[in-house]
Design a protein around this ligand. Structure first.
Ligand code: UD1
Ligand code: CA
Length: 465
């Protein structure tokens, strides 16, 4: 048996009320259809064709490169969509798995179980079913006296007796290709929706159809509206968090932690409530993140602390400290033991080993050397209104509070800058750069000023009398 898969993803998903095609709505950071494709790949299916139609370009753009794409020109139903997919599927595949792009919770293990069960013998098809007290809008599974599947009837076409059946079609099937192709040539749109139903092919295969029943109906859940979408998001979040916790990650309140697919977190790291790990993010071992941390496409090393911070495309090495209230923007690279503290924003900046920017600063397009301490309220003025310019600050530098570095400018190793300085010229190694108006003292000023004021008031009074 050589298996290929067809994934149906051409529908609009009207009940989503969305300008975005249903199957590309993100779930845990990945388009819905991506979860289905991952389950197929995880079950060892190597050749897959995704059938696109509504919003074809958007769906196509969300697909990984290794899958094939077929276009269903008009939305005539799941049977027609399957036909379109089959036409594009490698002719060497003699067994066809058909999945829906809107069943994101389907685990690879269940797909593998269906394949194994089908391989065990002499059937035209094997379908995945599940059981609910009320199967709602799902197609009902009608079994014959021998216990085999006789047909699937859509809820909109079902009699009251059929609607009472709890066993429903989960939308995952494996067919003998020859039998399926022949049956799809004979289905007709004689039903409530006027569509060509894939499910109608089941009764026309000319061979027995068996069912594998998922114990947990949640795994077979299809997304039709945004309430379903939220339920699937919650289920995937639970799954991803449990994976991390089993791998040694502590979460005092797992329900308040959000992780996206593919995020990796090391053992003995604690994720406090309000921690969001998004995109291609990795976190090392023994870190403490949160409360209130959002990390996107960033890499954090071991034993770091990150509190109340946003990180985007940043790289944070071991033992670094971030926050509270810090914003690390793209291109920020923190070397080991460095610190970005309170109300600090960084962008396209390398902070050397053990360098610190503790308070109220903006450091952009800069390189800061090891063990340098940036004083409170320092700004790199990196933009002259037309172009960006670099600031280079050496190693072991101590800058005074409230300094502005007007880029391009360089401060040498072991240099210092005076508080309140606007540094426009390079400061050589080991020197002090100071650039502010000298303070002058006017002695006794207050008393003189008060006397003047009193005189003025008296003069005004005389004028009035
Ligand atoms: C379908 C099944 C139903 C099953 C349910 C499981 C049919 C007729 N019904 O119903 O028995 O219980 O899935 O979730 O198959 N699609 C196309 N082209 C089309 C129509 C649909 O590609 O012309 C795609 C959709 O994008 C979707 C999938 O097929 O990913 C299923 O279509 P949908 O309309 O959601 O079918 P259901 O009514 O859920
Ligand atoms: Ca559906």
């Amino acid at each position: 048996m050589s298996i290929g898969a067809v994934v149906l993803a051409a529908g609009q998903g009207i009940r989503m009320r969305s300008s975005l095609p249903k199957v590309v709505h993100p779930l845990a950071g990945r388009p819905m259809v991506g979860w289905v494709l991952e389950a197929l790949a995880g079950a060892g299916v190597e050749r897959t064709v995704v059938v696109v139609g509504h919003g074809a370009d958007t769906v196509r753009a969300a697909l990984p490169g290794e899958v094939g794409v077929a276009v269903q020109e008009r939305r005539l139903g799941t049977g027609d969509a399957t036909r379109a997919g089959l036409a594009a599927l490698d002719p060497a595949c003699d067994a066809v798995l058909v999945a829906c792009g809107d069943t994101p919770l389907l685990p690879a293990g269940l797909v593998a179980r269906l394949i194994d069960d089908h391989a065990s013998g002499g059937r035209a098809a094997t379908i995945l079913t599940a059981v609910l007290p009320d199967a709602g809008a799902y197609g009902r599974v009608v079994r014959g006296a021998d216990g085999m599947v006789e047909r699937v009837v859509e809820a909109s076409d079902a009699t009251p007796e059929e609607l009472a059946i709890g066993e429903y079609n989960a939308g995952l099937y494996i067919f003998s290709r020859a039998a399926l192709e022949s049956a799809l040539g004979r289905i007709a749109p004689h039903n409530a929706q006027g569509e060509l139903y894939l499910t109608d092919a089941l009764a026309l295969l000319g061979g027995p159809v068996a069912a594998v029943t998922a114990e947990d109906p949640e795994l077979a859940a299809g997304v039709n509206d945004r309430v379903d979408l939220a339920a699937c998001e919650a289920a995937l979040q639970r799954r991803l968090r449990e994976e991390l916790m089993r791998g040694g990650v502590t979460m005092p309140d797992p329900s308040a932690v959000y992780v996206e697919a593919g995020v990796a977190v090391g053992a003995d790291t604690v994720l406090h409530p309000g921690t969001h790990l998004r995109g291609a993010t990795t976190v090392g071992e023994g870190c403490v993140l949160g409360p209130d941390v959002v990390v996107t496409d960033s890499a954090i090393g071991d034993r770091c602390t990150v509190l109340s911070a946003h990180l985007v495309e940043a790289r944070v090495a071991d033992e670094a400290q971030v926050g509270p209230f810090a914003y690390l923007r793209p291109g920020t690279r923190m070397e080991p033991g460095s610190k970005v503290g309170t109300y600090v924003e960084t962008k396209n900046t390398v902070l050397g080993e053990r360098a610190k920017v503790p308070h109220l600063s903006y450091i952009g397009d800069a390189v800061v050397g090891e063990r340098t301490n940036i004083g409170a309220g320092n700004i790199t003025a990196n933009y002259d209104g037309f172009r960006k310019h670099p600031t280079r600050i050496g190693a072991r530098v101590r800058t005074g509070s409230d300094c502005v570095f007007v880029a391009p400018v360089t401060v040498g190793d072991d240099a210092m800058t005076g508080a309140g300085s606007i540094i426009t010229d390079d400061v050589p190694e080991g020197s002090l750069g100071i650039a502010r108006a000298r303070q002058s003292i006017i002695e006794g000023f207050t008393a003189k000023a008060e006397a003047r004021a009193r005189e003025a008031a008296t003069d005004a009074g005389e004028d009035r009398s």
